[in-house]
Design a protein around this ligand. Structure first.
Ligand SMILES: Nc1nc2c(c(=O)[nH]1)N[C@H]1C(S)=C(S)[C@@H](COP(=O)(O)OP(=O)(O)OC[C@H]3O[C@@H](n4cnc5c(=O)[nH]c(N)nc54)[C@H](O)[C@@H]3O)O[C@H]1N2
Ligand SMILES: Nc1nc2c(c(=O)[nH]1)N[C@H]1C(S)=C(S)[C@@H](COP(=O)(O)OP(=O)(O)OC[C@H]3O[C@@H](n4cnc5c(=O)[nH]c(N)nc54)[C@H](O)[C@@H]3O)O[C@H]1N2
Ligand code: SF4
Ligand SMILES: [Mo]
Length: 770
């Protein structure tokens, strides 16, 4: 087995106090410095100035929405968006020569950071069975090899097709169409690891899996909860929206085990006030919750609201809304009234008075929004937690009206769009019927494999071909050691990628690197210059048009690669016009318009400034659940519990990384510099456990007795995390997340709630030597 890769160069940790404010002038300076370290001033200008502008490049960072046309700043991007875009626009190149000098096993020893820093992939490469080197291959032969391998399978279900939300709508539509015409629903995606719990919870209770709020709603809310989210690093422009809300009088409640900088103060770099002054205070109340305590918190809050209604009948709940638009209120109320306060206090780690203060804010507010991200979804009880938030919103009718609603803040720029396009292993019958009507083939009806189940199937030899598009599956997935073992069992692994990552070094017998155009680049096809479309977290669909010359003349677009693969694999079966799709993406959009609700007249409407706002039935007062009403639910939970001597570990992102890819070893707002192998622990916990700042420890998982899960050599950093709760960066800690530790209902890995103990590094080997 390969040792876990370490960051280079020589990592030397230095720690400064965490910041209590986010963004501002230093942020812009950091962005431009990083960009200039990657590419020229001219290219930096070309990308940054068109970013998030009408007809410009959609930021390939997060899925936060753009302000309406006419309200955009000339620099409508954040520090991190600038880093992401220039990480792609880098002038560095990986040539075929590079792979002659670096064997696959050597690359497997390199860190994620180093691999990414080598630059853009420029030519298709193959690693043949028995070889330890990638060698050049023509596109014709590469796609031939892949299609022959697919055709030789006993069943289409022996292949799996992973995507991340970096993929635009057109490529996503083509990929799912190909997979289904080929005969499988095996379409795992990063959403399985991301907001799957949100999708299930919202779908079960509201009948639609998407968020219900727009930017305008945020601007006009009275009270906004920011729960399990670090917007200062991960959705920086959300802070501009929160700032605007505050200037309009909103109050904000942050719920997090960590006092994240962006939740405290925000200095808006786009406004003189932000540059010069102290910025604006973001959170009016900060609830430092125990990891996994949010279900208990919202149940406590709901219980207090029910009690307030009893004390002053008719003044607290929206009875009219509850009566006309919901179902299940009585059972829910009875359930919540019966939850003992001791449990709520133990579960949240919060005093009852703290929760009562939040109730008072709620009672003063007409319009309430709850925003959330990975701090809620990546838990065993992620789905019930989000259902409880829906209960909370329903009680006072905070759904389906302006300034109120549910706001799952999505990660990848088009992760929501990919789902809309059919990237899901469990698409509903209505979608499959529409495909059948449009294209005349019978799509498979049995549910396919998601990410976790694809790993299980690869491990057991049931999956033989893995194709990944725009992600880094082995680092994104849980249980790194086991996942890598599973990948290596495949006959063929192939990746459509812009940059080198660890997944390219964990190969099946044969492995392919299929390099592709990024969003920043001009995409010229037989039918002329193309653009793609994406859907943000607020269901707005708009265009993204690349400006830069492609990194290599050998690059093909994702649509071109997938269309050619489909043509070669299906040999004309299913009669789908793949060539036409490749030549003109408008032809793909014309089909989407006929199949997917909300996309009528797609080609004409999407090019209008601002694009298309997809309808959300909830905002039209319609709850498409089986009973036609929003559902209250009764949610049970067991407290996430770390036995004595153990900690609850959450795995999270630093400020300087894009998911599995660190850009530097710094995490500026948290005051960590020079190393990512750190574990942040509450100082009192450290004393109790007998460790001190700077100690080197292994993080050891305790999920099961037979398999040891150990992340080696982390340095201890005392940090004001909630008591009993530690934090360390992903993906270095994915080795600790057990494949079988998943969220109930959504099957999402529990990356935020892992029980670990700290063991002095080297103690194990010392103990073994007599
Ligand atoms: N710069 C940058 N931006 C990104 C990304 C990136 O890697 N880098 N990734 C993108 C993607 S794909 C995603 S999904 C999003 C992720 O965005 P976030 O969800 O903000 O990402 P994480 O770093 O996982 O942070 C989780 C937050 O939840 C808190 N938390 C952990 N456990 C709990 C809990 O039990 N309860 C509560 N209330 N809080 C908890 C953590 O302290 C942390 O503040 O960001 C997107 N944007
Ligand atoms: N422990 C733990 N694990 C987690 C998480 C966590 O919080 N903790 N978070 C989970 C979440 S929320 C997510 S979304 C996943 C993320 O997992 P992924 O989406 O799979 O990972 P990324 O790091 O975004 O993928 C980076 C790679 O995408 C490729 N790429 C970038 N742009 C393009 C493009 O335009 N086209 C193509 N074809 N390729 C491109 C590059 O080759 C790059 O190396 O990780 C999940 N895993
Ligand atoms: S907030 Fe997200 S979408 Fe907006 S510029 Fe920053 S990274 Fe890009
Ligand atoms: Mo994500």
């Amino acid at each position: 087995m390969q040792k876990p890769p370490r960051e280079e160069p020589d990592d030397r940790l230095s720690v400064t106090p965490p910041k209590d404010w986010a963004t501002g002038v230093p942020a812009v300076t950091h962005a431009v410095t990083y960009s200039l370290s990657q590419t020229s001033a001219r290219r930096t200008g070309l990308t940054l100035l068109t970013m998030n502008q009408v007809d410009g490049i959609d930021c390939p960072g997060c899925a936060w929405a753009d302000p309406a046309p006419g309200h955009r700043h000339i620099n409508e991007y954040c520090e991190n968006g600038a880093k992401h875009i220039n990480d792609e626009a880098t002038s560095r190149r990986i040539t075929a020569d590079f792979f002659r000098h670096h064997s696959v096993s050597e690359l497997g020893q390199r860190s994620d950071l180093w691999l990414n820093q080598q630059g853009r992939l420029t030519a298709p490469m193959v690693k043949r069975p028995g070889s330890d080197y990638y060698e050049p291959i023509s596109w014709h032969d590469a796609l031939g090899l892949l299609s022959e391998e697919l055709k030789s399978l006993d069943s289409a279900d022996e292949a799996t097709f992973y995507t991340s939300g970096r993929v635009g709508n057109e490529a996503a539509f083509v990929l799912q169409l190909f997979a289904r015409a080929f005969g499988t629903n095996n379409l795992p995606d990063c959403s399985n690891l991301c907001h799957e719990s949100s999708g299930f919870a919202l779908h079960q209770t509201l009948g639609t899996g998407k968020g219900t709020v727009s930017l305008e709603d945020i601007h006009h809310a009275d009270l906004i909860f920011v729960v399990g989210q670090n917007p200062g690093s991960n959705h920086p422009r959300q802070l501009s929206a929160l700032e605007e809300a505050k200037l309009n009088g909103a109050r904000i409640i942050a719920v997090n085990p960590l006092p994240e900088a962006g939740l405290r103060r925000f200095k808006n770099p786009q406004k003189p006030r932000g540059v010069i002054g102290n910025g604006i205070q973001i959170a009016d109340q900060f609830l430092q919750i125990r990891v996994g305590g949010d279900l208990a918190l919202f149940q406590g809050l709901n219980r207090l609201l029910l009690e307030a209604e009893e004390a002053r009948p008719g003044t607290v709940l929206d009875h009219e809304f509850i009566r006309s638009s919901t179902s299940g209120f009585e059972q829910f109320a009875q359930h919540v009234r019966g939850i003992p306060w001791e449990n709520i206090i133990a579960g949240t780690g919060l005093a009852r008075e703290k929760i009562e203060k939040v109730r008072d804010e709620v009672l003063r507010s007409e319009r309430i929004i709850v925003c959330w991200a990975m701090g809620l979804t990546q838990h065993k009880h992620g789905v019930p937690t989000i259902r409880e938030i829906v209960n909370f919103l329903l009680l006072r009718g905070n759904l389906g009206r302006a300034g109120a609603g549910a706001c799952p803040v999505r990660g990848h720029s088009n992760v929501q769009g990919d789902r809309t396009m059919g990237i899901w292993e469990q698409m509903p019958e209505s979608f499959l019927d529409a495909l059948q009507r449009e294209f005349g083939f019978d799509p498979p009806r049995a549910h396919g494999l998601d990410s976790v189940n694809s790993i299980r199937a690869m491990r057991e030899g049931r999956i033989k071909v893995f194709l990944g598009v725009a992600g880094n599956f082995v680092r994104a997935a849980p249980d790194s050691t086991l996942t890598e073992e599973a990948m290596r069992k495949c006959r063929l692994t192939a990746h459509i990628s812009t940059k080198l990552n660890r997944s390219h070094t964990v190969c099946g017998d044969t492995a392919l690197i299929l390099p592709t155009l990024g969003r920043t680049e001009r995409d010229i096809q037989a039918g002329g210059e193309q653009f793609v479309t994406v859907e943000d977290s607020m269901s707005e669909v708009h265009t993204s048009r690349g400006r830069l010359e492609p990194a290599s003349r050998l690059l093909l677009s994702e649509v071109a690669i997938l269309s050619r693969l489909a043509r070669r694999t299906l040999d004309g079966r299913a009669g789908i016009p793949w060539e036409q799709f490749e030549a003109d993406y408008g032809a793909i959009r014309a089909r989407i318009a006929r199949i997917i609700p909300g996309f009528h007249d797609f080609n004409r409407r999407v090019v209008r400034p601002g694009g298309i706002q997809l309808p959300n039935p909830v905002n039209e007062g319609v709850f498409p659940t089986p009973v036609g009403k929003a559902l209250f639910t009764c949610n049970k939970w067991e407290m996430l519990h770390a036995p004595a001597g153990h900690l609850l570990l959450q795995t999270l992102r630093s400020h300087d990384q894009w998911n599995t890819i660190p850009y530097t070893t710094n995490d500026r707002y948290r005051g960590i510099h020079g190393s990512r192998r750190v574990v942040l622990v509450n100082p009192a916990d450290l004393t109790e456990l007998g460790f001190a700042e700077g100690d080197h420890v292994d993080l050891v998982g305790v999920w099961d007795e037979d398999v040891e899960r150990r992340a080696e050599d982390f340095q201890v950093v005392p940090y004001p995390s909630a008591s009993g709760c530690a934090a360390a960066y992903y993906p270095e800690t994915n080795v600790l997340v057990p494949l079988d530790s998943v969220a109930d209902i959504s099957n999402q890995p529990t990356s935020k709630g892992i029980v670990v103990r700290l063991e002095r590094t080297g103690a194990r080997s010392e103990a073994a030597t007599p």
